[in-house]
Design a protein. Structure first.
Length: 120
């Protein structure tokens, strides 16, 4: 492992403490829906309906709420086009792509090991 928790704590004292912003970012990024939306967008720009289909099981309310949060965090960019019906596209920002470069190996590990882990 190239980075340890102790090293992060030494480089960023107070990180992950109760009142630290790192807790908020972790909650947004690693939430059930946040990680799945970010993962879906790691393959490129998607429209609302495409995201709904890509993130199986998410309600429209949770999709809207999570997208607002990830957009406010500057991880996702939202682009609205003047059209009828409305045409909105979502994509990862540079920061979002940087995050996913680090997170996709974790997701791959989870996919490789999930069945064995949940089987007991």
């Amino acid at each position: 492992m190239s980075v340890s928790y102790a090293q992060i704590q030494a480089d960023h004292p107070g990180s992950f403490s109760h009142a630290c912003p790192t807790r908020t970012v972790l909650d947004h990024v690693m939430s059930r829906w946040g990680v799945l939306i970010l993962s879906a967008l790691s393959d490129g720009t998607l429209r609302w309906g495409q995201l709904c289909r890509a993130v199986d099981g998410i309600s429209e309310k949770m999709l809207a709420s999570t997208l607002r949060t990830l957009t406010a965090d500057s991880l996702v960019a939202r682009e609205s086009f003047p059209a009828v019906p409305p045409h909105v596209e979502y994509r990862l920002t540079d920061r979002g792509r940087e995050l996913m470069e680090r997170m996709l190996p974790l997701l791959e590990w989870i996919a490789d090991n999930a069945e064995e882990i949940t089987a007991g």
